[in-house]
Design a protein around this ligand. Structure first.
Ligand SMILES: Cc1ncc(COP(=O)(O)O)c(C=O)c1O
Length: 392
């Protein structure tokens, strides 16, 4: 099969794309000539094997009620074993259309109104949304920022665990927006503290497969069965293969009573039938997607290297954060001396790019921006030319 051409520009307008078609509505902008580098989906076609599997499934023509079959579980189990040396068991799987709806139902199940839920700041905006819209209180454990990148502040974490006794900690690993992949020791300390205070960890691992060269992903489930009663890991093929709108994700729950309670919740909402096309795509991606993903990761690494070099020479006021995974780049723009509103106006009117503003990731994000590097190189060239205009 031909190698994918990630440099190919594919027009995404008029496909209902949030990133391209709804940017003015979501970002409340009335300007449509911006280059969209915000939402985290990429501008590449998914693997040909996935397209072929979808097209034969469509040719079959019957789309009655569907359930996950043996291949659905086995392809995911084999993928995690091959790519991450992680052993999963079929009985751990619960499935729901997306990570965010699953997290939201788990918040409802495992906490009470007005109880606190810990997140590491800067935090993914949808975490804040599902915590506060479920009438829970977001407790921020700000990450420590140093020259080596971001680190979890375990001593502040212990203080807030002790003070609020929160039922839940929502972890993001690899971390959106910074791109950190938490290592074994950082996770172990987190597990020790959370177990001490009776806090369950839900680890959102949607970015697990998108790693920079030489980096390793450590799942919360890698740390061994002695922790398994207190953790849930959320995974999906959606971010890895660009299948976000097909909607299927897996919550891996080793603790049988937690799992049963969650399955009951899903059933109570009628969420016990599955989209046949989503399953077809996930199976094909996990069965045949290795080579494509290796090529994608190479392209993304080159994109990042190119972008970082170009920033250093053309946009020297912008400080780059060290990342280990994701296709996001988290940029410190504080040296520009603009507040977030002025920064956004400058990005729109002078740079002509739509980015994710750091302030939407909480207080720790103020003065930062997040740019999505999952696009053909030409877009990055435009973005650099735009950013260079900010000080003109
Ligand atoms: C950390 C994280 N979790 C979840 C999601 C969205 O997941 P889903 O579309 O499956 O709800 C994203 C998307 O950007 C994300 O970055």
């Amino acid at each position: 099969m031909k190698s994918p051409d990630f440099n190919q520009i594919i027009d995404r307008h008029n496909t209902g794309s949030v990133k391209w078609d709804f940017l003015d509505q979501y970002l409340q902008l009335n300007q449509t000539d911006l280059l969209p580098m915000w939402v985290s989906d990429f501008d590449f076609q998914c693997p040909k094997e996935v397209l072929q599997a979808l097209s034969s499934r469509i040719d079959h023509g019957i789309f009655g009620y569907s359930e996950r079959d043996e291949l659905y579980y086995q392809s995911a189990i084999d993928w995690f074993s091959r790519r991450h040396k992680l052993t999963l068991h079929k009985e751990w799987f619960t499935s729901i259309e997306g990570i965010i709806p699953g997290l939201s139902l788990l918040i409802q199940m495992l906490s009470k109104p007005r109880e606190g839920i810990i997140v590491q700041g800067p935090y993914y905006g949808s975490f804040a949304k599902i915590i506060t819209m479920n009438d829970r209180v977001l407790i921020e454990n700000p990450l420590i920022e140093d020259t080596e990148g971001y680190k979890i502040d375990h001593s502040h974490l212990e203080q807030i665990l002790d003070q609020y006794k929160p039922p839940l900690l929502l972890l993001c690993n690899p971390h959106n927006p910074t791109g950190r992949c938490w290592d074994h020791d950082e996770l172990l300390q987190l597990l020790i503290l959370c177990r001490k205070y009776g806090t369950t960890i839900i680890s959102d691992e949607i970015w697990a497969d998108l790693l920079l060269p030489g980096q390793k992903f450590t799942s919360i489930l890698h740390l061994g069965s002695k922790w398994h009663n207190h953790v849930i890991a959320a995974t999906s093929a959606s971010k890895t293969f660009g299948l976000a709108s097909l909607r299927i994700s897996n919550f891996l729950i080793p603790n049988p009573s937690l799992r049963e309670a969650f399955t009951d919740r899903l059933n109570a909402h009628g969420l016990d039938v599955f989209n046949s096309l989503s399953m077809t795509a996930a199976i094909a991606a996990y069965q045949y997607g290795d080579t494509w993903l290796d090529q994608l990761q190479d392209y993304l690494a080159e994109n990042r290297e190119w972008f970082e070099k170009a920033l250093a020479s053309s946009v020297p006021w912008c400080r780059i954060t060290k990342a280990e995974g994701t296709y996001l780049i988290w940029l410190d723009c504080r040296d520009l001396g603009l507040d977030d509103n002025a920064l956004q106006q400058a990005l729109i009117h002078k740079a002509k790019i739509a980015v994710s503003m750091g302030c939407s990731f909480g207080d720790k994000g103020k003065g930062f921006i997040r740019i999505n590097l999952g696009c053909p190189r030409q877009y990055l060239e435009k973005a650099i030319a735009g950013l260079a205009q900010l000080t003109q």
